[in-house]
Design a protein around this ligand. Structure first.
Ligand code: ATP
Length: 459
């Protein structure tokens, strides 16, 4: 029988559900706030969580992903007083199993529960099949990374297009390579097309190649990237940066797998498998007309969403050990110890540049002349320790002292945060883009994209 957590501030309904579930032989626990619910979910293992939407300390829909990330990855069934289509869509998109309006919950719960439990039983059988996945240097054993690796395994077993999304530095290229290396195409080429850096005038010849004499300076035949990707994988990095005219070229290529080198009369065929990556919200770009919907459909037969590092800080220790080992080998040094305060300071940081930023920070630690046999917090850049001290002050504030009405909307806060960061980055790097990329851990194209998004000048 299953173990079920009920999170609902309606104490009467909570008791009725408790009775119904225990009478059916399940074990049930009730919580009346999100905070209590989260505590229960962290302390005990549940198969299913029944989650109300309007709770005294927040909206249940915003916490579905958090509950699903707990150890047993429970199924979440939303129970709500205000059944409406938008809420139901949001619940399903956030990973909820199903959505029941409260007036029907007593009658419908058994059916929803039976299906969710059957799915769980079958999923456990499937995930028990051992899959020898090559991790291709992907470090981390958090549940979030585990889920992404499962998706890599599923993608590698097929030939469908995969769209990998995630913030800059979360490892999109690494995951794309892992799909290739685990697929039947692994002995062939993995070809990277950096869509942000494709010059519009040279796109056709870069992708499709050209024949001798096709244009001035074409003094010999030249193969394009698509030909090199034949029988292998074509990886479109930063696909959201493709200008509209180029999107059309790609759409045609993806539909037909045929292309014509510049200056040639003959079509050629390339049997490539497509993987694309983006740090942009392509759905939003489609809505504004900046990205073709038909191309998006072609790209995302399967999608993998990589979590930012701040959402999987439990991987920090493993990542730090990995980068440290790598650096010690590179500098021919004995392996160093890692003090708890070093990890605590790293954990207090938000990691906007994600794992790329972490690897750069570890490089900086190794250039610190004061570094001895153990990495201490003192070896980290000063800004990290300042942030940790400040975070300590915020944690010391009694819960509830921050008035919710003072909080700006998330998007404007994030925009302001990015602008502030970019201005400080510009000052710290004296307006030098290469230095700014090194300091921030952002890729050049991502940095340019952020600068232009906020209309800033970087000098
Ligand atoms: N899980 C991981 N384990 C180890 N190293 C990682 C991991 N994820 C990313 N990295 C490292 O972080 C750096 C950035 O990774 P990658 O280039 O794959 O990110 P990205 O998401 O494609 O970034 P961008 O959008 O800026 O191109 C690389 O050096 C990569 O090896």
């Amino acid at each position: 029988m299953a173990s079920i957590l009920i999170i609902d501030d309606d104490t009467v309904l909570c008791s009725m559900l408790f009775e119904q579930l225990t009478a059916a032989g399940h074990s049930a626990v009730g919580a009346h706030t999100l905070t209590d619910g989260r505590r229960c979910a962290a302390d005990r293992s549940f198969d299913v969580i029944l989650l109300d939407v309007q709770l005294p300390d927040g909206n249940g829909l915003e916490h579905i992903a958090t509950f699903k990330r707990t150890r047993t990855e429970p199924e979440v069934i939303i129970i709500t007083g205000q059944g409406e289509a938008d809420g139901a869509e949001r619940a399903v998109r956030s990973g909820a199993w199903s959505y029941i309006a409260k007036p029907h919950v007593i009658r419908e719960l058994d059916l929803h529960l039976a299906r969710a439990l059957q799915y769980r039983r079958e999923r456990q059988k499937v995930t028990k099949i051992p899959v020898a996945l090559k991790r291709s240097r992907i470090i981390g054993s958090s549940a979030a990374i585990g889920r992404c690796l499962d998706q890599v395994a599923a993608a590698a077993a097929t030939d469908v297009s995969v769209l990998i999304s995630g913030d800059s530095g979360t490892g999109k290229e690494l995951f794309a390579k892992a799909i290739h290396e685990n697929s039947r195409r692994s002995r062939e080429n993995f070809i990277i097309v950096d869509c942000a850096a494709l010059p519009e005038t040279l796109i056709e010849s870069t992708l499709f190649g050209h024949v001798k004499g096709a244009f001035t300076n074409a003094d010999r035949d030249h193969d394009g990237l698509v030909k090199h990707a034949h029988r292998g994988t074509l990886f479109l990095d930063e696909v959201g940066e493709l200008p509209p005219a180029t999107q059309k070229t790609f759409l045609r290529l993806l539909q037909e797998h045929e292309y014509r080198p510049v200056g040639s009369n003959h079509h050629q065929f390339s049997d490539f498998r497509l993987v694309a990556a983006t740090n942009r919200k392509l759905d939003e770009l489609v809505a504004t007309g900046a990205f073709r919907e038909d191309l998006l459909f072609r790209l995302k037969a399967l999608t993998i969403e990589l979590p930012p590092l701040k959402e999987r800080k439990e991987d920090l220790r493993e990542l730090v050990s990995y980068f440290m080992h790598d650096l010690c080998q590179r500098y021919s040094l004995e392996t160093k110890g890692i003090s708890a305060d070093f990890l605590d300071t790293l954990a207090a940081h938000d990691w906007p540049g994600n794992i790329r930023e972490l690897s750069q920070v570890m490089e900086q630690v190794f250039t610190n002349p004061m570094l001895g046999p153990t990495c201490f917090s003192i070896h980290l850049p000063e800004s990290f320790r300042v942030m940790q001290v400040r975070a300590g002050f915020q944690q010391d504030q009694p819960v509830g002292t921050i008035s919710m009405s003072c909080l700006p909307p998330w998007r404007s806060f994030k925009d302001q945060y990015e602008i502030d960061y970019l201005q400080r980055l510009c000052a710290a790097s004296a307006g030098n883009i290469s230095a700014a990329c090194r300091l921030s851990g952002l890729s050049r194209s991502r940095l340019y994209q952020m600068i232009s998004k906020h209309g800033l000048s970087f000098s």
